[in-house]
Ligand binder design. Structure first.
Ligand SMILES: Nc1nc2c(ncn2[C@@H]2O[C@H](COP(=O)(O)OP(=O)(O)OP(=O)(O)O)[C@@H](O)[C@H]2O)c(=O)[nH]1
Ligand SMILES: [Mg+2]
Length: 786
């Protein structure tokens, strides 16, 4: 099947699913995959698009995942007219309707038509709707002018408006307008009646029959991107949104609107996307479908009948939803050839311009991955032109040149195709081996100079125009860099693995654009990296991935926020690790980041949520009510309080119903001290933390107790001490292993240990520095979670 380009683009829909965590995005995607036959039934498994081992283990989506689906839709003539006309000038209708309601509200009932007409004209001016008043329109009969018709308004040169001030309008009035409309070249008239009960609006449509295609099967190319819901991965969401025209906004019928519902909706609106609101999981026994619909309608300022009720589990209404996507999400539009000689004000037809014109292909990189043979694979949305194997291409920001090795689609596996063209979402294999050259947010482009006077047969060299290409080409708008919230140092346990760690981070960065890292070295731990993360779950996931996917043994420091330290000399330094805090005698003050925190909770959990918050440092701001039974609590809190275990505790005191989001507000000076941990008498730098002074004792005791639990028994008794400014505030000890307990395993254990020691001879020095105690990576991972 080969469609011409215009038809092809018309039938593409690019959309994503956004929601709060666990509201059922990936499960709904499963139903789409089944419905469109993208995945065979026997191969289907729950949350099919969650392919990463960690995603499957934890039941959460971590990475965005694109997939292309083909859907055949048979449309009968009748349905077609209804759906097509329903959409006709929908946005304009809503604006006009809003204006009419406003006028009726302000002016009140019982006036003459002319009063409403004048008021409406003022309102249109106010909201910027272009109109003409009492314009003379020709009435045609078989193409001949037979008279004129003057409607009250012609809006945006498209929509006719007739105003009435009757107690009600009947079929007679509607018919009359339909006859007027029929004689004009316009397709939509609005009959607005300012009745005693309010403003009442009828849509009258006249579509010439020939503009309606005959009933047919249409194939749609649906590019879906499933996104994660957890706040730590919101960068994945914002990148997905830039590649699509529409978003399905899911809300769990038992949970209602939650913090990331709001945050993700806000992101989608900023991108100007069409939003399709859906209440999901309506099959649940505790579904509050009607109430949640009301909440959502209120939030989106839309009618409740615009909201679909769906179950991603049972499949109820899923096909309806897919059809709504086809109807409501617009097909991608293309930005055409840029002509170097033309200016924006030049309105002459393009073909009259002679000389070289430029056709550019542009694609936005929204994600990437690495393949040993194909190099960096860029996941792209093509906005102009096309890409195919062999094309000479450039990554705009990094200036890296490459020949396209392969292009294709996500099915969801990478599937080769001949070409990616404007509107498509797919991948481009670059062959580039250096991950740093292909950056998310960058524009890929092919540069072709075409001369309008040339024919294909003309083989003389193309005169390229030096310098002009640069000035004409505009890269696509990229993304805002994500702002890391927490930092942690990663050191290879074995110094020789430094390069492996570096390589691994480069590759991880390809699949996780929010990861930020810089080299760091420490006296005790040697060379490593300081990584920036969006939250604690992110720290955990990256640590796990480095271990599993790259087989690295790491020493990981306690995550820390970024502090601003004022020294006694007046100088200010930023530190992202407690171990870098200068000696207390040199420190004048320490400032830490503070956030505006919003918690959304059902009112029934308000008490327990407030009680929880009170055990953290906080400044209470306000409580708002959002819907009848949902409260919105606002606080100011130090970021360090939130990034540790606050979110988990919030979930547990509210049976999973409360949710939160935050934004950094600024830096505040607080009374903070450095807490150190000594193991077998030696400082273990990576466990150092900066804590509020009045909580230091409690924190020190808690850390020592936790370490006692997670450090494996050693061959000798080991002391664990928590220390502040040289003063021991807590002490625990790990007893030595006992021979009789290990029994016959003892021998085996020793040989294994000997082998290991042999292998890690070089790493041994470092072990010594960690107090002669070998701390396996598990210890650091466990200490991340408090
Ligand atoms: N009863 C019921 N359960 C559902 C429905 N949809 C999803 N679930 C369950 O809800 C849980 C979360 O589903 P997911 O599809 O992983 O949710 P998600 O929105 O993709 O989650 P994240 O990607 O981690 O944000 C799973 O246990 C699903 O089985 C539904 O329509 N009805
Ligand atoms: Mg998911």
């Amino acid at each position: 099947m080969r469609l011409n380009l215009i038809n092809y683009m018309e039938n593409i829909r690019n959309f994503c699913i956004i929601a709060h965590v666990d509201h059922g995005k990936s499960t709904l995607a499963d139903r789409f995959l089944e419905l469109t036959g993208t995945v065979e039934k026997r191969k289907m498994q729950e949350q099919y698009l969650d392919t990463m081992e960690l995603e499957r283990e934890r039941g959460i989506t971590i990475k965005l995942q694109p997939v292309r689906m083909l859907y055949t839709r048979t449309v009968t003539d009748k349905e077609r007219t209804i759906t097509d006309t329903k959409l006709l000038y929908e946005d304009l209708t809503y604006k006009i309707r809003g204006a009419a309601f406003e006028v009726r509200k302000q002016v009140g009932p019982g006036h003459k038509e002319s009063v409403y007409q004048k008021a409406l004209a003022l309102e249109f001016e106010k909201i910027g709707v272009p109109f003409e008043k009492e314009k003379r329109l020709d009435v045609l009969y078989n193409g001949e002018k037979v008279g004129t018709y003057q409607p009250d308004f012609l809006v945006a040169q498209k929509v006719i408006i007739e105003i009435k001030a009757l107690s009600f309008v009947g079929q007679k009035e509607e018919k009359q307008i339909w006859h007027y409309l029929k004689g004009t070249p316009y397709n939509l008239a609005l009959l607005i009646n300012f009745s005693p009960n309010g403003a009442d609006i009828q849509r009258i449509i006249n579509l010439p029959l020939q503009s309606v295609p005959s009933p047919q099967e249409s194939v749609y190319f649906l590019n879906l991107i499933d996104t994660p819901g957890h706040v730590d991965f919101s960068y994945e969401v914002s990148r997905s949104l830039a590649a699509v025209e529409g978003a399905i906004l899911l809300v769990d019928a038992s949970k209602g609107v939650q913090a990331q519902t709001l945050a993700n909706l806000h992101l989608a609106k900023t991108q100007g996307l069409i939003i399709i609101p859906v209440v999901n999981k309506i099959d649940l026994p505790n579904a509050r479908t009607a109430q949640v619909k009301e909440e959502l309608a209120h939030l989106l300022e839309t009618e409740q009948n615009e909201i679909l009720e769906v179950s991603g589990k049972t499949g109820e209404n899923v096909e309806k939803l897919l059809q709504a996507v086809i109807e409501k999400v617009p097909p991608p539009s293309t930005r055409t050839i840029t002509d170097i000689k033309r200016t924006i004000t030049d309105k002459s037809p393009i073909r009259s311009v002679s000389g070289p014109t430029l056709s550019v292909s542009r694609a936005l990189i929204f994600d990437s991955s690495f393949d040993a043979y194909k190099g960096v694979i860029a996941y792209v949305r093509v906005f102009d032109g096309s890409f195919k194997r062999g094309d000479k291409s450039v990554a705009w920001a990094s200036k890296a040149k490459f020949d396209v090795l392969e292009v294709g689609f996500f099915s969801p596996k990478l599937t080769t195709s001949i070409e990616l063209s404007a509107g498509d979402i797919g991948y481009i294999a670059t062959g580039l081996k250096d991950p740093g050259l292909v950056r998310v947010g960058d524009t890929l482009t092919t540069r072709t100079i075409t001369d309008t006077k040339r024919t294909i047969a003309d083989k003389s060299p193309i005169k390229s125009v030096p310098g002009q290409y640069e000035s004409v080409f505009r890269p696509l708008a990229g993304y805002k860099e994500p702002k890391p919230m927490v930092f942690a140092s990663f050191f290879p346990e074995n110094a020789e693995e430094y390069d492996d760690l570096k390589d691994a981070l480069g590759k991880l960065k390809l699949t996780d654009a929010s990861l930020i890292y810089e080299p760091e070295s420490s006296a005790g731990l040697g060379r490593g990296f300081r990584l920036g993360f969006l939250g604690m779950l992110h720290v955990e996931i990256i640590s796990e991935r480095l271990k599993r996917e790259f087989n690295l043994s790491l020493i990981i420091s306690t995550p820390s926020v970024e502090y601003s330290v004022k020294l006694t000399g007046g100088e200010e330094v930023r530190i992202r690790s407690a171990s870098l805090l200068p000696d207390p005698s040199k420190v004048e003050s320490i400032a830490e980041p503070v956030v505006d925190l919003e918690i959304i909770t059902p009112s029934s959990y308000l008490g327990s949520v407030m009680e929880l918050v009170s055990s953290y440092r906080n400044i209470y701001k306000a409580t708002d009510y959002f819907g009848k039974e949902t409260a919105l609590l606002k606080y100011e809190m130090p970021l360090s309080e939130i990034v540790t275990d606050f979110y988990d505790k919030l979930k547990s005191v509210s049976s999973g119903y409360a949710s939160m989001s935050y934004e950094v507000k600024g830096m505040t000076v607080n009374d903070l001290v450095r807490l150190d941990i000594l193991i077998a008498g030696e400082l273990v730098e990576s466990f150092s933390r900066i804590v509020p002074k009045d909580k230091a004792y409690y924190e020190g005791r808690a850390m020592a107790a936790k370490l006692k639990e997670v450090v494996p028994p050693q061959w000798f008794e080991v002391a664990i001490q928590a220390v502040i400014g040289g003063k021991v505030i807590a002490r625990e000890s790990i007893r030595a292993k006992r021979k009789d307990v290990t029994g016959y395993l003892y021998g085996g254990d020793v040989t294994r240990k000997m082998k290991l020691l042999e292998k890690q001879k070089k790493g041994k020095k470092k072990m010594k520095e960690a107090g002669r105690v070998n701390l396996p990576q598990e210890v650091f991972l466990k200490m991340l979670k408090r």
